[in-house]
Design a protein around this ligand. Sequence first.
Ligand code: GLN
Length: 486
Amino acid sequence: MELHHQTLHEVHEKLKKKELSSVELTQAVFKQIGKTEKKIKAFITLTEEMALEQAKKADAVIQKGGNFPPLTGIPLALKDIFLLKGTRTTCGSKILSNFVAPYTATSVENLLRDHAVIVGKLNMDEFAMGSSNETSAFGPCYNPWDLKRIPGGSSGGSASSVAAGHCFGSTGTDTGGSIRLPAAFCSLVGIKPTYGRVSRYGVIAFASSLDQVGPLAKDVTDAAILLKSLAGHDPKDSTSLNLPVPDYQKSLGRKIEGMTIGIPKEYFVSGLEPEIEKAVRDAIEVYKKLGAKIREVSLPNTDAAVPTYYILAPAEASSNLARYDGVRYGFRHPEATDLLSLYKKSRTEGFGPEVKRRIMLGTYVLSAGYYDAYYLKAQKVRTLIRNDFTAAFKECDLLLTPVAPSAAWKVGEKTDDPLKMYLSDIFTINVNLAGLPGMSLPCGFTKEGLPIGLQLIGNHFKEETMLQAAFAYEQATDWHTRRPKL
Ligand code: GLN
């Protein structure tokens, strides 16, 4: 297979054996970017000069010999919501189009500590609000499996860049499905870790009780390597938990015989496309053969997840986005005459329509007179949703569901109907509301050749169980070995 389409752990072996240098690897990646980026539009900013410098330093580490971290010298890319000191960080928005990060996010520091090479900052939905990457102020991003289609969102560039061989892994954020949905649509492995597992310091906030950082990768081993590097306690993020980070790669290969996997019946409802349902049911059969015990479970409040999320997430966003006022960060309207007009003009021109919709919705549900009816009620329903999962995990080690009701749709298909767009998150949002870890992995293709994703959901801080089961499935199938023809 061409170098740029190989996995992270495969190229790591080559670096280790000195069959290849990190500079050569980085150059190969930029060659592929040069060939196909025009069609994909995965990047908002490329950092070639910096990447080659980092690659040289990584080569020096490799030359020294001894053990070096598996990310040493590996080209990766960051969703443009992660701060990287001295580089532009736009969050997909006009309001931050000239914002240069004054410091680096802790999760990115972790990747740099492990000598990773950063090739650029990736396209995304504006402020991570969207499911298709179409709300980006920098234009859409395209799915390498079918260039007429969206890659999923909001971490669209994070998925399309890895699938197109523009990097060997990427970072994403997931507030309601933004890692898992694009991973599913681009035939990748994507992990949304437990709330608190990865530091969010230096990651631009959308909805702080839901946001979590995670990796997108070509297979389960690569995802495990990336998660290990990203995760860990950070005193700078008060929501990050002080728990040891297991060596996730070690959990791969353990037998899953006797593991109980729950199938929530509310996830197999009308609206789920038959081809997707078949692929997921086939995956259940694979798990049976591997010795897992399959059991139907019920999560009765599943229906309430989309409305609950679309009250809570906009409420938190309206508060988080109040800081973009034309004074402290980014775009400042040149024609403002006083403070109020500066706020008004900068925000009116700086934010796109979806972000404005969320700010207005969020401000409304938090306002006096509506707070109890909407925000408080949604908080109570959130508890019910979490309780459903707690009950299910008394009987099961893992839950298995589809990632989305359909495969990737055509660019423009859902842009004029926000509700349709919101409904694509129906199977992923619940996991964020409950703070659980969830992951997406390839489980087939539609007749049209579009990737289908399988979701595994673990109990809090049970990423290892999830990865163990994902790896067992991956070993029994070959979906993860396919690459798009570009
Ligand atoms: N699609 C969801 C939204 O628009 C989730 C986005 C995300 O996870 N960042 O809010």
